[in-house]
Design a protein around this ligand. Structure first.
Ligand code: PBG
Length: 326
């Protein structure tokens, strides 16, 4: 045969493959989700997330120092709120001495250079397990947005670098941005979960934070996953125009088409969230001996880069950094 083109020439060995490779992953690409609870000396594995832990605040200093040593420079903080502090108005969410606010200070004291992003949504604080205030089984938009703005301000006051609203209420980015500007927090960023779907892949996360909705589902605020990319692009552009600094598509692996379309349509960075259920299913297959976890971890993560993600929130961040830190 006299072939003009031999595609396999550029695949002959690792040296040439690594030269022509278009996508790369380093620990610097990750946001590390951190689950924090009250108490002392608690490092509790989440049963539906093998290898992932919830920590009490006293263990967080060591944990973030460890993350920093691995080259992981950003954390996304979630708290498990005690039942007696939950109500229908998210009152505890903006308590200046609440667990989240103390967690931010602890992390910043431990590693001042660590980028601290805080989750902004009412579900861990809600007696109904919903992301908004409930009235006659409806999730109220505008009163919820007011609380989210207060909550964001209290995170900023505690020292958060970014607030990350994951609630999907309308108009919250503008309200949060206005509040931060008015109060002088001009450098506090907003990472908006702009295209977030009503997904069953969040199940293990809700176990981790004890935040499952008490009635109904989240379909009146999170997006319909059978919808097309147009809706995701519209949501994302609106959030960009309301003052978001970073956008996000969530979940990840089943939504690469959305990620690709959104990242082509906006001009600010786009993050992706490989969510708890995506982590759980790969770990479960690994435990059964059906998949090689290190390999599927890498392959699933690099897919996000290929699809246009600038950064990745993933429960694999630590394992990735341990295995591939050069
Ligand atoms: C809360 C929130 C959720 C996740 C992040 N923030 C759960 C939900 O919306 O029900 C899911 C993360 C994951 O599954 O890993 N607003």
């Amino acid at each position: 045969m006299h072939l003009l083109h031999r595609n396999r020439r550029l695949r002959q060995n690792e040296a040439i493959r690594s030269l022509v490779r278009e996508n790369h992953l380093t620990p610097h690409d990750f946001l590390v989700p951190l689950f924090i609870c009250e108490g002392k000396g608690i490092r509790q594995e989440i049963s539906s997330m093998p290898g992932y832990f919830r920590y009490s605040l006293d263990l967080i200093t060591k944990e973030v120092q460890f993350l920093w040593s691995l080259g992981l420079k950003s954390v996304l903080v979630f708290v498990k709120v005690a039942d007696h502090l939950k109500d229908n108005k998210g009152t505890e969410a903006y308590n200046s001495d609440g667990l989240m606010q103390r967690a931010v200070k602890t992390i910043k004291d431990a590693v001042p250079e660590m980028l601290v992003m805080t989750d902004v949504a009412l579900d861990p604080y809600s007696s109904y397990g919903h992301d908004g205030i409930v009235h006659h089984n409806q999730i109220l938009n505008d009163p919820t947005v007011e609380v989210l703005a207060k909550m964001s301000l209290s995170h900023a006051k505690a020292g958060a670098d970014f607030v990350a609203p994951s609630d999907m209420m309308d108009g919250r980015i503008k309200a949060i941005r206005n509040t931060l500007e008015q109060e002088g927090f001009i450098n506090t960023g907003i990472m908006s979960y702009s295209a977030k779907y009503a997904s069953a892949f969040y199940g293990p996360f809700r176990d981790a934070l004890d935040s499952a909705p008490g009635f109904g589902d989240k379909k009146t605020y999170q997006m319909d996953f059978a919808g097309g990319a147009k809706e995701a692009i519209l949501e994302s552009i609106r959030d960009q125009n309301e003052g978001a600094d970073i956008l996000m598509v969530k979940p990840g692996m089943s939504y690469l088409d959305i990620l690709s379309e959104v990242s082509k349509s906006v001009s600010i960075p786009v993050a992706v969230y490989q969510v708890s259920g995506e982590y759980a299913m790969l770990q479960a297959a690994h435990q059964k001996g059906w998949l090689a976890i290190d390999k599927v971890m890498y392959e699933s993560l690099i897919a996000f880069k290929r699809a246009g993600a600038q950064m990745i929130a993933s429960y694999f961040a630590i394992d990735f950094a341990k295995k591939y830190n050069l």
